[in-house]
Each structure stands twice: as structure tokens, then as C-alpha cells.
Design a protein around this ligand. Structure first.
Ligand SMILES: Cc1cc2nc3c(=O)[nH]c(=O)nc-3n(C[C@H](O)[C@H](O)[C@H](O)COP(=O)(O)O)c2cc1C
Length: 172
């Protein structure tokens, strides 16, 4: 879909009030990930992301959506690779840190660089290292399409997000 078509859709959706849209979206249960990237100066950056979606098996593609207001957006736009770390239920504090903390998000967080130097967080249930394939502007977010070059499964129970709160599998 062209950029103009996406903006036309956004304009047409203008009659829907934002609260109704947000309320409906909050009832979609998701996992929780931290997307990470390394800037050209070697600094590491990351944010909590629930908009992760596997897209294609062949070639292996995933996407994440990042708000245009995100402080680190330019690093994702400029990167060759980024990573998506699927959080475990024990990593709720990491999700809060990477969603809220202004600086030093990696302090006290154990991680290993991926083959292309992007932070892979220890304790994640799965990690995806991706080569940036495309950036698609969509309303107030940018969609980052990544071709998965490495995927690892550590296993364990994932952290979930539903109705604006964290959840775990099997809990009411
Ligand atoms: C559970 C959860 C899921 C989130 N998912 C996304 C997302 O998919 N995309 C996004 O841009 N922000 C998402 N956020 C918000 C960002 O993590 C948050 O705005 C982050 O602080 C942005 O980094 P910045 O403060 O440096 O701009 C999410 C937050 C939480 C708590």
C-alpha cells in the first residue's frame, strides 16, 4: 500500500474516537518484547514493544511498529540489524525499564551481542536477530520489516500483556 493510501485511510478513520480504538486494541492479548539496536557510536538502545508480528516463513520476515515519538527511532531507521527479545514471565521489570526509564536502560541487564553486535537479552524465551529489510510509514508509527538472520529458542513461559496489564500463562 502506498504512503498516500495509508494517509487516506488514517483520514477516513478520523471519525472513530481515539478512546474507543485504544479500548478495543487493549483487548488484543500479546506477548511482550524488547527491540534492541546499536547506534553507529556503539551505544545500545532498546524499547518495550508488543507490536511484534511474524510475517513470512520464506523468506523469514517479522515486523515491529515504533512510535514516531520514540527517542531511538533514528537508530532503528539507520541500522543494518536490530533484534527482538521475547520476554519471559520473570522479566516484567525489564519490560517496565525499557518502557519507562529515561536513561541507562541496560544497567543491570545481562546481554550478549548477536553475531552482528545487537544486544540479545539473557533470560528471553526467544530472540530474533534481523537485517532491516524495509521501513514503512504508517500514521504515527513506522513499521520495521526485518529479515530474520538468526533465531534462538531458550524456552520458558512468556510474559503477556492484556487489557493494559501484564499477565502470565494460565492465570486468570
Ligand atoms: C507492554 C508495552 C508494549 C509496548 N509496545 C510498543 C510498541 O509496539 N511500539 C512502540 O513504539 N512503543 C511501545 N510501547 C511504549 C514504549 O516502550 C515506550 O514509549 C518507550 O519508552 C519508548 O522509548 P523512549 O521513551 O525512549 O521514546 C510499549 C510499552 C509497553 C509497556
Amino acid at each position: 500500500m502506498s504512503r498516500a493510501a495509508i494517509h487516506a485511510l488514517a483520514r477516513r478513520a478520523g471519525s472513530l474516537d481515539a478512546k474507543s480504538f485504544r479500548d478495543a486494541c487493549s483487548l488484543f492479548a500479546s506477548g511482550v518484547t524488547v527491540a534492541t539496536v546499536r547506534a553507529p557510536d556503539g551505544s545500545t538502545h532498546g524499547l518495550t514493544v508488543s507490536s511484534f508480528t511474524p510475517v513470512s516463513i520464506e523468506p523469514p520476515l517479522i515486523l515491529i511498529c515504533i512510535d514516531h515519538g520514540c527517542t531511538f527511532l533514528q537508530h532503528f531507521r539507520a541500522c543494518s540489524h536490530f533484534a527482538v527479545n521475547v520476554l519471559a514471565e520473570s522479566q516484567r521489570d525489564i519490560s517496565v525499564t525499557f518502557a519507562c526509564k529515561d536513561e541507562g536502560r541496560f544497567e543491570g541487564v545481562a546481554w550478549t551481542p548477536s553475531p552482528n553486535g545487537v544486544p540479545l537479552l539473557h533470560g528471553s524465551v526467544a530472540t530474533f536477530e534481523c537485517q532491516l529489510a524495509a521501513v514503512i510509514e504508517a500514521g504515527d508509527h513506522a513499521i520495521f520489516l526485518g529479515e530474520v538472520v538468526n533465531a534462538e529458542c531458550q524456552g520458558g513461559s512468556p510474559l503477556l500483556y492484556f487489557n493494559r496489564d501484564y499477565r502470565v500463562l494460565g492465570a486468570r
